[in-house]
Design a protein around this ligand. Structure first.
Ligand SMILES: C[S@@+](CC[C@H](N)C(=O)[O-])C[C@H]1O[C@@H](n2cnc3c(N)ncnc32)[C@H](O)[C@@H]1O
Length: 459
């Protein structure tokens, strides 16, 4: 079996990596010198490893603090209610949240979020203008992790593997699963092909660390929250996550970004993208270029999952035939394509029932790929990329500047002493508003601040 570390490469310059002092470093000296940590056996191969590590730590810490606050609020709420039934229901929810908190804290331990301690601004991304995809939060795909490893979803996992299994050649030496998430499909592939090196690749620390730990034979108790509980007094349940078939030693995990694939060129026989293509923020061409580059000649791309693009640029909201047309540019010819209907996240505890008509397709890299060079992606505005250019006076900056000035003033006035009325009087004086208008605006601001998902959603 291939030494899986030899498949890895620096995500920016594609230099081979060597292991030194518990980290990975390019074999050829790079400038600036850069090293990639290995966290609990999982290489952290983002283009700007320090910055992303810091950012995910901050996000993890914010998430844990947020959950801790919720648990405290539930305790207060349970003690305030007089109804015994309500008390029991709230207490059940609190116990579920405690389990959730403990599972996440343990899973995120390799990131060491507890050591961050102070708030501090995020380090500026120095190298290569890289930043984490903002839309990818920590808990976005948590239900998929529960689905992947708990017994009551076994049928769904079986159906997914059955759909792709015949598309993976039995002699494949290496398989890369991009956006592997909870990694059950990667695990099933690894179990079915024990001599194949399988790499589960994702950017989400909760999903990948949890999958890695389960694949090492450790089971875990996690909270499953129902979308629409059959019994509304039971918002969720504690479930056991485990890899029932035991560890797959040929399955490895790598952190990184699909737009900066940290793998040597032409190193995989198969690249699998389960439920990935249509949730990514850039033209599918960017993904295809990267896949084409890491696949061996005659390698295969297998795509499985939903297929509905939602770009503001309509040209990118492609149909199935357009995908095949675009594939040609990257040396891929279509082997097969079909649609099938499958159950999706159907928990027996949930009143919600979802079926998805998913797309399943395979493309072989048979054509010329000489011109396929993924261009480094930096989609920041040109005046951010070039600090010497003037920043354009966009209307959105002007309107936001006024809004943020008021928000900053209101928040800075909160000192634990002043009432809403007192703060409104200051706002009225500072912004030339009538006292009634200022009171209404300030009250509505605080109400939204505490309840609006946009302010609270940092997970
Ligand atoms: C819809 S989920 C699918 C997860 C898994 N394949 C499944 O079927 O449950 C998409 C996955 O892609 C990952 N992802 C999103 N953007 C990514 C990126 N730029 N690089 C690597 N992974 C990414 C997410 O963290 C998430 O695990």
């Amino acid at each position: 079996m291939k030494d899986w570390l030899s498949l890895l490469a620096c995500p920016v310059l594609r230099h081979p990596l060597k292991k030194a002092n518990g980290e990975l470093a390019p074999e050829t000296n790079s400038s600036p010198a850069i090293t990639y940590p290995i966290l609990d056996e999982v290489p952290w191969l983002f283009p700007d490893p320090k910055h992303t590590l810091h950012e995910w730590r901050e996000r993890s810490l914010a998430l844990l603090n947020h959950l801790d606050g919720e648990i405290g609020d539930l305790k207060a709420s349970a003690s305030e209610t007089e109804s015994h039934l309500a008390k029991t229901r709230i207490e059940n929810l609190r116990l579920l949240k405690i389990r959730h908190f403990e599972f996440l804290k343990k899973t995120l331990e390799p990131l060491k979020p507890s050591k961050v301690g102070q708030k501090g601004a995020l380090e500026k991304s120095r190298a290569f203008g890289y930043r984490l995809p903002l839309r990818q939060g920590l808990l976005g795909y948590f239900p998929n992790l529960i689905r992947d490893w708990s017994a009551h979803f076994e049928d769904e996992n079986r159906i997914s593997f059955a759909a792709v299994k015949d598309l993976i050649p039995s002699d494949a030496e290496t398989v890369l699963v991009l956006g592997a998430g909870g990694s059950r499909l990667a695990y099933d592939v690894a179990k079915a092909h024990p001599t194949t090196t399988v790499i589960a690749f994702d950017l989400n620390p909760i999903l990948l660390f949890a999958a890695h730990s389960l694949n090492r034979g450790k089971s875990a108790q996690a909270a499953e929250f129902s979308v629409s509980p059959k019994d509304p007094s039971r918002p969720g349940q504690i479930v056991t996550l485990e890899a029932k078939l035991g560890s797959a030693p040929n399955l490895h995990f790598v952190f990184g970004d699909v737009y900066h694939l940290p793998f040597a060129a032409e190193s995989f026989d198969v690249c699998l993208t389960p439920w990935l293509v249509d949730i990514l923020p850039r033209s599918v061409d960017c993904l295809l270029a990267g896949i084409s580059q890491v696949l061996k000649p005659a390698g295969r791309w297998v795509n499985f999952g939903s297929f509905r693009f939602d770009f503001s640029d309509t040209a990118e909201n492609i149909g199935h035939d357009e995908l095949t047309e675009r594939c040609l540019k990257f040396g891929f010819s279509q082997l097969t394509r079909q649609q099938l209907e499958i159950p999706y996240l159907q928990s027996p505890f949930d009143a919600h029932r979802r079926f998805e008509t998913v797309s399943l397709g395979a493309w072989d890299k048979t054509g010329n790929t000489e011109n396929v060079i993924p261009t480094p992606i930096d989609d920041r505005a040109v005046w951010i990329q070039n600090s010497k250019l003037p920043i354009p006076a966009l209307p959105v900056f002007q309107s936001s500047s006024a809004t943020h000035a008021v928000m900053a003033l209101v928040l800075s006035l909160v000192d634990g002493q002043k009432s809403l009325g007192e703060i409104a009087l200051i706002v009225a004086a500072e912004h030339g508003m009538s006292e009634d208008d200022a009171l209404e605006a300030t009250a509505s601001f605080f109400d939204r601040f505490l309840n609006d998902r946009r302010f609270r959603e940092f997970t």
